[in-house]
Design a protein around this ligand. Structure first.
Ligand SMILES: *Cc1c(COP(=O)(O)O)cnc(C)c1O
Length: 360
């Protein structure tokens, strides 16, 4: 068996221990004679898997009273529409535009009302997080929206925006459970699982109960109402059972790393190995303003597209895969999510040093 170092932005690396445990339970989950993939979602066994996953997530984030945890489907993309559909009572919402995914969410929200871009970092190719201390938040805004970690550009909000009392909605797909967060500062936190917490097909949402509307226009489909999922414990229809089971295993793995405080220490150490090298290299350069750097996604360039291509090719041959930057920006990007071991980052930096020596 061979395992590569997988720097993919998503679907992405998962903890090897988790994959091994799942492999061990593949044919016979805890003596029931079948795989979790094969069991009824209404069985006691699956109910326990779901309840434990929710509880472990609540423990990790210390989710306060008054928030629902939902396991949804349709990717982050469906939430780009469900959020305005459910939350835009005044038909107004404010968006902070920090990259591709924030833009996607914003353009979807325009279908439902006045979606205002109240800040943007597009002037410098999204290489920084704008100052959000005193933004022109709309008086009647139903929420303020951010993409907290910008997967493609490698930026992260290290300070949350001042929303002037409006609920904050955050897409945390690519930084979920990478460090502690204060849930009470948010109205909605949501993310697709495939970046940091499990397989594609699950979206985890933590939503303040008072934001879930009791009634919506008759024409709004049942499945697109948060109330449907909240009232039915994410079991109105068949949930993404196997994905939830895998997320649950990852939650337990994170607990074993020392919870989110432990995870943050590990992630900071890993990211420092790569950023310190980028800051000292004469060949490779980080593309993000230092104060906005992400711990999870690290874009870098040489400034020469041919050298970039040569690097990506040689790195792949040496077992460092998926280092190509997003098609919209080019260059390289190393995604170093929770499950990427420190040894993987160190090995990548060693490889980059050799490449630099040979190509300068
Ligand atoms: C990957 C990603 C998305 C898109 O997720 P889908 O599951 O493909 O809908 C949205 N937001 C962020 C921050 C992402 O990284």
């Amino acid at each position: 068996m061979k395992r590569i170092y997988n720097f993919s932005a998503g679907p992405a690396v998962l903890p090897e221990e988790v994959l091994q445990e799942a492999a061990g339970e593949m044919l016979d989950y805890r003596g029931c004679g079948m795989s979790v993939m094969e069991m009824s979602h209404r069985s006691k066994m699956f109910e326990n898997i779901l309840a434990e996953a929710e509880q472990d997530l609540r423990d990790l984030l210390a989710v306060p009273q008054g928030y629902k945890v939902l396991f949804l489907q349709g990717g982050a993309h469906l939430q780009f529409a469900m959020l305005p559909l459910n939350l835009m009572k005044n038909h107004t919402a404010d968006y902070i535009i920090t990259g591709h995914w924030a833009k996607r969410a914003w353009s979807e929200a325009k279908k439902f009302g006045a979606a205002n871009a109240i800040a943007s970092s597009e002037d410098k190719t999204f290489s920084y997080i704008p100052d959000c201390a005193d933004l022109p938040v709309s008086d009647n805004a139903d929420y303020v929206y951010i993409c907290e970690n910008n997967t493609i550009y490698g930026t992260k909000f290290h300070t949350l925006p001042n929303t002037k009392g409006k609920p904050l909605v955050a897409d945390v797909s690519s930084c979920f459970l990478s460090e502690p967060m204060d849930v009470s500062s948010y109205g909605v936190i949501y993310g697709g699982a495939q970046k940091n917490i499990g397989p594609a097909g699950v979206v985890v949402m933590i939503i303040r109960e008072d934001l879930i509307p009791d009634s919506l226009p008759e024409s709004v489909p049942t499945m697109l109402r948060y109330k449907t999922h909240a009232d039915n414990g994410s079991m109105y229809n068949t949930p993404p059972c196997y994905g939830i089971y895998m997320c649950g295993k990852v939650f337990k793995w994170i607990k074993a790393q020392g919870g989110l405080e432990g995870m943050k220490k590990i992630n900071e150490k890993k990211a420092a190995i790569l950023y310190n090298y980028l800051d000292s290299s004469k060949l490779f350069h980080g593309t993000v303003e230092k104060s906005s750097r992400s711990l999870m996604n690290v874009p870098f360039i040489t400034g020469d597209a041919d050298i970039d291509a040569k690097f990506i090719k040689e790195a792949a041959a040496a077992g460092f895969e998926n280092l190509k930057g997003h098609r919209s920006v080019g260059g390289m990007r190393a995604s170093i999510y929770n499950a990427m071991p420190e040894a993987g980052v160190q090995a990548l930096v060693d490889f980059m040093k050799n490449f630099e020596a040979e190509n300068s």
